[in-house]
Ligand binder design. Structure first.
Ligand SMILES: Nc1nc2c(ncn2[C@@H]2O[C@H](COP(=O)(O)OP(=O)(O)O)[C@@H](O)[C@H]2O)c(=O)[nH]1
Ligand SMILES: [Mg+2]
Length: 242
């Protein structure tokens, strides 16, 4: 299965090369990487460009003019990956929060589902022990809040470590997905589940980022909290396709 992992980056110069090397050392066949860089001031875009040469085109880069948010980076990245023939499309942070080695299990799981995800909220899944209690509680609450209001069976609705079948993404109205922050993950999972697609959750240990700063902000959290209530209205006419 031709697999492309989309990695959005904003100031990930230290993380990206290490992550890319780790990914290419995995026993996953036909793997390529698409970096979506928003003109990172620390030069991540050029580093990604150089890796494209180093890895003979297995790394490609979409350069965007400025910081336009995670959601739109993923949507554009997914579309390009599929145009280039990917049969499975992955998404992950560049910051080592998502354990790269679990991609092997996600690829296996995708044989019997439409989207496989690394989950912090299934048995065996875990949040970084170094996180203070309030941060763990916020993550747990945000996830509980969204999945309850939206009536979803998925345990980790806010998680961003996922592997999609291209056929799943192609059935989704990607152009109408406008969320950009955290809630992007929720919106994608919600739309896919309304369409009737099946998920599999693989437990992961979610580590805090290795280098650099989180782009999470209060504004993003408020956007998410409000938007959860809008999703059922926005997608009220969406019918099952599978
Ligand atoms: N292209 C792009 N990438 C972004 C943007 N915001 C965050 N990222 C990347 O998206 C991933 C997740 O962001 P991060 O700051 O780690 O968020 P956190 O994990 O919630 O703290 C990282 O790889 C970031 O570099 C953005 O506006 N554009
Ligand atoms: Mg992160």
């Amino acid at each position: 299965m031709k697999t492309t992992i989309v990695i959005p980056t904003f100031n990930e110069a230290k993380n990206l090369p290490v992550l890319v090397e780790k990914l290419f050392n995995l026993p996953v066949q036909d793997l390529s990487i698409l970096v979506v860089d928003d003109n990172s001031p620390d030069g991540t875009g050029q580093i990604a460009e150089d890796m494209g040469k180093q890895y003979n085109g297995r790394v490609s880069v979409l350069h965007r003019a400025g910081k336009m948010g995670l959601g739109s980076a993923y949507i554009q990245g997914f579309q390009i990956a599929m145009q280039n023939g990917a049969e499975a499309v992955g998404q992950m942070d560049a910051d080592f929060s998502h354990p790269a080695e679990k991609i092997v299990e996600l690829v296996q799981a995708l044989e019997s589902c439409d989207m496989a995800l690394g989950s912090r909220y299934v048995p065996g899944g875990k949040l970084d022990e170094r996180w203070p209690l309030w941060r763990k509680a916020l993550s747990g609450f945000g996830n509980f809040y969204a999945r309850t209001i939206l009536g979803m069976k998925l345990r980790d609705v806010t998680g961003g470590f996922r592997l999609w079948k291209s056929s799943t993404l192609k059935a989704m109205p990607l152009d109408s997905i406008r969320s950009n922050g955290y809630i992007f993950q929720v919106e994608m999972a919600y739309v896919a589940s309304k369409l009737g697609f099946q998920f599999k959750e693989i437990p992961i240990y979610f580590a805090d980022r290795r280098w650099g700063q989180s782009k999470m902000s209060l504004r993003i959290q408020i956007e998410a909290a409000i938007r959860v209530w809008q999703l059922p209205v926005m997608y009220r006419s969406l019918k099952k396709v599978v």
